[in-house]
Design a protein around this ligand. Structure first.
Ligand code: SAM
Length: 346
């Protein structure tokens, strides 16, 4: 009789759950919008006339729903909005999320995306509550341009102070996301590269996507990866860094002296849908399997109707199976998604 394979009896033979879609992509990254409200009216994102559109759940409800995903194999949770720092109960939510364990017994990779306006007062409490890292959105490094974008006087200084507080608190790596629009803030590219070095932050440039409340987007407004690399490289020679994981969205670069890092996220000119590992939960508890989904899946509705955890888990598994293969930005017949970025959770 042939000897039994040792793996049959080793602990490694117990598979940890993996949430996968019909294309075999492993989904391990959940983004949760915890409020639809925002204190900025960034002109490329919001009209300035439309306020919050969707309700919020209680902190306990977010926790229950997020736990369902974690039990299915989600390893990374990013809280976003709207503006998540506006949300009452945020510290309690972070504290509870920090206690969760993945099926493999690991703590979550717990992150937050914020405009940074309230970060000065909240960075240390968030870190103490168990937040690991933060991404701050910042679309200009000079105050007048920044405040023209956010439409909030004093916002530049508030965000800069917030970034420094987050660094001091040890929210690391600290990433700064900058959405570039041609003719509008692309003059900031080279200054942002210097900013990354001076402030010891990772600056990531993001191509503008058709996700705004208004109708601004055109292919000509997108500043593509190749152009950003060429422009930064003329001032400070760049060295490309190897990807850390397959689903990494950013192409990463350091400078030739090894000081500082920038990244470029190019969903338009170099789409990375084939390696997408994400799913989203909106502030009102709908699952979105793609930023550009035309349909949403009402997890919260089922929860409110009394579905059991097993039934909700099965619903998540089925929903993720149907994740879209890719987006169709720039193609004829492209349809804008049913919600804009601020109402989805970026
Ligand atoms: N209020 C938080 C913040 O400012 O980071 C979280 C929500 S905000 C919608 C998340 C991110 O989406 C921000 O970095 C913002 O710049 C980005 N964003 C908004 N509209 C976008 C668009 N049309 N294309 C690409 N990124 C966009």
């Amino acid at each position: 009789m042939a000897a039994a394979s040792p793996t049959l009896f080793s602990p490694a033979a117990t598979p940890t759950p993996r949430l996968t879609d019909s294309l075999g992509r492993v989904i391990h990254d959940l983004r949760v919008s915890i409020t639809d409200r925002c204190n900025y009216k960034c002109i490329y994102c919001r009209t300035g006339e439309i306020g919050p559109q969707y309700p919020e759940l209680s902190i306990e409800e977010y926790l229950r729903l997020i736990k369902l995903f974690v039990d299915l194999g989600i390893e990374k949770v990013r809280l976003t909005g709207g503006e998540p720092l506006l949300r009452r109960g945020l510290l309690d939510l972070v504290r509870e999320l920090a206690r969760l364990r993945t099926p493999a017994g690991e703590p979550l990779d717990l992150a937050l995306t914020t405009n940074g306006h309230l970060l000065n007062g909240l960075a240390a409490p968030l870190k103490n509550a168990g937040l690991r890292r933060a991404t701050v959105s910042m679309d200009a490094v000079d105050a007048p341009t920044f405040e023209r974008i956010t439409r909030v006087p004093g916002s530049f200084q508030a965000v800069l102070t917030g970034i420094r507080a987050a660094r001091t608190a040890g929210l690391a790596p600290l990433k700064i996301n900058c959405v570039l629009l041609r003719g509008f803030n692309d003059s900031q590219i080279e200054a942002f590269a210097q900013f990354a070095r001076q402030e010891a932050v990772v600056v990531r440039f993001i191509e503008f996507m058709p996700l705004e409340e208004d109708r601004l987007w055109s292919p000509e407004m997108v500043v593509p990866l190749t152009e950003i690399v060429a422009r930064v490289g003329r001032v400070l020679p760049l060295v490309e860094l190897p990807p850390r994981e397959l689903s990494e969205t950013a192409r990463r670069y350091t400078f030739s002296d090894g000081v500082g890092e920038i990244g470029i996220i190019a969903p338009v000119s170099q789409a990375f849908c084939g390696a997408c590992s994400r799913v989203r939960l909106t502030s009102d508890g709908k699952i979105r399997t793609c930023l550009f989904s035309q349909v949403e899946h009402d997890l919260y509705g089922r929860f409110r109707a009394g579905a059991s955890d097993a039934e909700l888990g099965a619903y998540i598994v089925r929903t993720v199976q149907g994740k879209e293969a890719r987006h169709h930005i720039g193609e004829p017949g492209f349809l804008k998604p049913s919600r804009s970025m601020v109402h989805i959770g970026g």
